[in-house]
Design a protein around this ligand. Sequence first.
Ligand code: ZN
Length: 154
Amino acid sequence: MEVNGTNHQKIVNIDDLDVGDQDLIRKAVEARNFAYCPYSNFAVGSALRTNTGEIFTGCNVENVAHSPGVCAERTAIVKAVSEGFTKFDAIAVVAYLENDFCTPCGVCRQALSEFASPDIKVFVAKPVAIRVLCTSVQELLPYRFSPDKLQKQL
Ligand SMILES: [Zn+2]
C-alpha cells in the first residue's frame, strides 16, 4: 500500500480492498458504459452503496445546453434518494484520465456531503481498475457547508 504524501489519500491495488468494495467499483465501471457524453466524450460511471447495502449506479448525462447536464455521482444520488435511500456508506467513481484519478467535482462533493457522513468511503478508479484512490468527503471537501451547520443556525 502506498500513501500519497501530500494529502494522506491512499492509493491501493483493487485486490487489497474488501470484496464488496471491489464489486462497487466494478458496478461503476459497468455504469460508465451508459454515459451520455457526446459533447465531451468523457464518460464517467459511479456506484453508490447505501448503509443498508443497496447499490445505485449512475453515469454522466450531458446536454447540448451544458448546464442541464449532470455528473455520474449525482445521477446515482438522485436515483437513490428518489427511491427512499438517504444514507450512504461508499461511492465509487470511474473515469479515464491517463495520468491522474478523476475525483468528484465540487458540486458532487457537496451533494454527497448532504447524505453521507464525512468519512464515507470514496473510491476513485479507472475503467480497468487496478489501482484505486481511497478517500472521503472529509478529505475532498474539508470546509463543506453541511446540514448540521444550518441546523445550528436555526
Ligand atoms: Zn460532479
